[in-house]
Design a protein around this ligand. Structure first.
Ligand code: THU
Length: 152
């Protein structure tokens, strides 16, 4: 499903943004910092980190913070996503949220960062490869096909 790659030049900015975002993580409960960055159709990058809460269930994942940042800035089309963590694998909920704004071509870079050595292992896949049989708003009749889709 996934394959190991060398860091491609075109996306090194995205990886760097996610690595930087991980440093802002607020994770006093899990001590598992996660950083995320999304590259949108405008060429701009939006970032996020996980933000935990004393009421644990209120914690939010880095990926969803990054997506919300992009959408709040009016950018809804994701070209690529990057997640950085000790073991970077978006949770199921985040996969569905990423899918909402992704196409079949949206890349997903998973960066496993060993905090002890700084060693990075990067895997490249796609959002939809990580979410087989995704809940599909078009197939479900909840949204019209993309070209006819209204802006709201
Ligand atoms: N976490 C993320 O930020 N993204 C994921 O996809 C998986 C989990 C966070 C949530 C929580 O703050 C910590 O990692 C441990 O679960």
């Amino acid at each position: 499903m996934t394959r190991k790659i060398k860091m491609p030049r075109a996306f090194s900015r995205l990886v760097a943004a996610a690595v930087a975002a991980q440093k802002s993580s607020y994770c006093p409960y899990s001590r598992f910092p996660v950083g995320a960055a999304v590259l949108t159709d405008s060429g701009r990058i939006y970032t996020g980190c996980n933000v935990e809460n004393a009421s644990y269930g209120l914690s939010i994942c880095a990926e969803r913070v990054a997506v919300c940042n992009a959408v709040a800035r009016g950018r809804r089309a994701l070209r690529a996503v990057c997640v950085v963590a000790g073991a970077a694998r978006p949770c199921g909920a985040c996969r569905q949220v990423l899918a909402e704004f992704s196409t079949k071509d949206t890349w997903l870079y998973l960066v496993d960062l060993d905090p002890a050595t700084g060693r990075r292992t990067i895997t490249r896949t796609t959002v939809f490869r990580m979410l087989p049989a995704a809940f599909d708003p078009v197939a479900s009749g909840l949204l019209p096909p993309r070209p006819a889709r209204r802006s709201r």
